[in-house]
Design a protein around this ligand. Sequence first.
Ligand code: SF4
Length: 369
Amino acid sequence: MRGNRNPLHDPVLNRSLLERIRRMAEEFAAIRGRKPVFMEVCGSHTMALARSGLKMSLKNEVTLVSGPGCPVCVTDQSDIDSMIELAEGEGRILCTFGDMMRVPGSRGSLQDAKARGRDIRVVYAPSDAVSIALDHPGQEVVFLGIGFETTIPVLGAALLEAERLELSNFSMWISAKLVEPILRHLLELQEVELDGFLLPGHVAVISGSGHFEFLAHEFRQPGVISGFEPLELARGLYTLLELALEGKRQIVNDHPSVVTVQGNSRAQQVMAACFEPSTQVWRGIGTIPDSGLSLRSEYAHMDAKLKFKLEPMKPAATGCRCGEVIRGALHPVACPLFGRGCTPNHPVGPCMVSAEGTCAAEYQYMREE
Ligand code: SF4
């Protein structure tokens, strides 16, 4: 370690690891006749790989395709449209995460609705929405909650708090999705030939490393559970190459300081107490049974979808190809709108809006002038 610097940011360590990754990738290509292809499942990994320069430095040796782990990107446009429709009702306060505000629906975004005078607030945690409901007993407060296993326990905690406070003016519009069903679905589609997965450390903190064993046992895919620092990511890619070259189909927990085999049992209990499996619609992918969670029937009175009975609308066609990007089947620059009709300032689809979006990562960090 040099001085007090964080060794995970050490450029010298990273450089030597990069050289070893390149050599191994060349060895892989010599044997298989093509570059190794790995999928980073999670949007935070997509952004971290791009921001750190790893994706760019390895682009000639390793193909990194982004997976379906950006919650904003996989939220179906019909859900976005319903949220915007919900905002139009009188006497309502909508609360959501900042990323959701600029996602384009068929008729504008939540930000546009806010500009028209609707009361839509960005909060940092779902519990903030509970406090707002407590402070505004005469208004309906709806929390728009999207997310994967990392977020679902905090959604549950807010729900339990609202129930404890007996708030009748609080409800949640939930679009909660699960990693395992969508990975199964993508592997069954066989659209992209993959040599392994870079798996999200934060999801594994909740679910446990054991949760990903199905990849190795049922689909013969190696995986490395990785953190988000540049050196952790580089080490994850190195380990994936090692596994791929040796033909080992196993899941390596490279984040053992925080990830256990069983995961966080308290968070799992909250999830089980508040939610039950449900069919979900994934943007550009379609309907997948039991691929997400909805509020349990005992909390139906706090389910905004039931409380406000909005009719789903048919989304407008936009030409956005986020669905293919999310499946790893299309590189962002292959979308005809990339950098032309669609930029971070004027996004056409969620992959260009989200702080974890593949198109946004490509536009910000990977564009070659
Ligand atoms: Fe959608 Fe824009 Fe990405 Fe094209 S570049 S897939 S329009 S977000």
